[in-house]
Design a protein around this ligand. Structure first.
Ligand code: IMP
Length: 427
């Protein structure tokens, strides 16, 4: 991905999240100097398998698993500090030295326990299927200009005053929503006091760090969370997350200008999954959906919820190509399809008598589209050992060729298993 002219690359999910960005970033980070998370928070679950050890990283970029890489949690992230410390402790216990390699933007907003109470209470009526990690309420506070940021911990007296106001407001909202839960000011104030001494040494003007790294021509990966169809602007609203998951969000959330970005790699599964509610046009009927779920281990990394599974949807991916400006694709979990005799691929949608080539704005319309399938022959051969395209069975290569032709961008990587080495770089 990196070359003399391409030093700053965004990696985004091009479906509904869980595409395997963690593994891709881990593989690409081997050649990177800096890895930056730019949006979302502890709702993400990036899984990386090294040897027999599985790491699930929610907030820390997967680049942390490479010793020479510096990692940044950017201003666009909503940070849950206690979870961050738990992640750091877990890494240390497993022999990963994070000292001096992780910085947190002092402009990042905090996710506090009252955000989780509000998330849980609003789920009762909205039923979006959120992760209940407080993400939506934390972004609401950010854009309502009443958030508490990392930098506020530098002035604990002021932070306490902010907190008193925010906790009272949260409690009024909880009452309005009919929830019996209440947030405790003392608990929150104690939390901020405990967090500050550990968080502040990590706090920095991370936009400046990234800007300088760009100027020095260092290799930078901007790591997105979730996927294009969960983007608050471009996704299947209102069944979306609360941030811009698409590549435009990378500049804002990392604190650099868009002109610094040289390429955008979109990660797609060789099929499609979704957690949470909202339409999924290519959802496979029983028992095929269950078979994909079992073979792919499709259970949420954060919530453990079973993921809904279906076939590759080219309308979704073409849309993701457009709204992200994708310059390449990484196709993951090809091996999950190894045992299927036939593999349907959705090439376009029909809506009544009409073709529907673009993603509709309304979820009610998306719920009514009829996917048009082309059924491709399966390869029924294990692919987990392939390390070059030529190692793949012909039918698997034809399958990838078809995905590439339908998407309109070149396939640059193919992942054929959970392990680090199970990857094909397409030269
Ligand atoms: P929230 O981000 O917790 O507010 O959840 C909003 C929607 O995004 C729900 O459908 C979640 O299941 C989905 N979501 C959030 N994070 C992820 C993720 O990392 N992978 C897949 N879906 C996610």
């Amino acid at each position: 991905m990196f070359d003399a002219k391409t030093t700053c690359v965004v990696v985004v999910g091009a479906q509904w999240g869980d595409e395997g960005k963690g593994k891709l970033v881990d593989v690409l980070a081997e050649r990177a100097d800096l890895v930056v998370r730019y949006q979302g928070g502890a709702n993400a679950g990036h899984t990386v398998v090294i040897g027999d050890t599985q790491f699930i990283l929610r907030q820390i970029p997967s680049g942390i698993l490479h010793p020479g890489v510096t990692c940044i949690i950017g201003n666009g992230v909503v940070l849950e500090p206690e979870n961050l410390f738990a992640e750091l402790d877990q890494l240390t216990q497993r022999g990963i030295d994070t000292q001096g390699r992780l910085y947190v933007s002092d402009r990042a907003h905090l996710v506090l326990p009252y955000h989780k109470l509000l998330d849980a209470a609003s789920e009762k009526s909205q039923k979006l299927g959120t992760t209940k990690r407080g993400i939506g309420p934390a972004y609401e506070d950010k854009f309502g200009r009443r958030g508490i940021r990392v930098t506020d911990l530098r002035h604990l007296d002021c932070a306490r005053a902010l907190l008193a106001d925010r906790v009272e407001r949260a409690n009024r909202l909880l009452e309005l929503m009919g929830s019996a839960e209440r947030a405790s000011f003392d608990l929150h104030a104690g939390l901020l006091e405990r967090l500050a001494p550990r968080l502040l040494p990590l706090a920095a003007d991370t936009g400046l760090l990234v800007h300088r790294a760009v100027g020095q021509g260092r290799r930078i990966l901007l790591e997105g969370a979730q996927g294009a169809l969960l983007d608050v602007d471009h996704g299947t609203y209102p069944y979306v997350t609360s941030s811009n998951t698409t590549a435009g969000g990378a500049a804002v959330g990392a604190g650099i200008g868009p002109t610094a970005i040289d390429g955008v790699l979109g990660v797609v599964k060789a099929y499609t999954t979704r957690v949470g509610n909202g339409p999924l046009p290519t959802e496979a009927p029983s028992p095929l959906g269950e078979r994909l779920r079992e073979l792919g281990g499709e259970f949420g990394a954060v919530t453990g919820r079973p993921r809904r599974c279906g076939w590759f949807d080219a309308t979704v991916v073409r849309y993701a190509v457009r709204v992200n400006g994708l310059t390449g694709l990484a196709v993951t979990k090809l091996d999950v399809l190894d045992t299927f005799a036939e593999i349907p691929v959705c090439t376009s949608y029909r809506l009544g008598q009409d073709d529907c080539e673009e993603m509709p704005a309304e979820v009610e319309v998306l719920a009514r589209v009829e996917p048009m399938y082309q059924v491709l022959p399966g390869w029924q051969t294990p692919t987990g050992g392939a390390r070059r395209l030529a190692d793949l069975p012909a039918a698997a290569r034809s399958y990838l060729d078809r995905l590439q032709a339908l998407s309109g961008v070149p396939v640059r990587y193919v992942s054929v298993g959970t392990r680090r080495d199970q990857i094909i770089e397409v030269k």
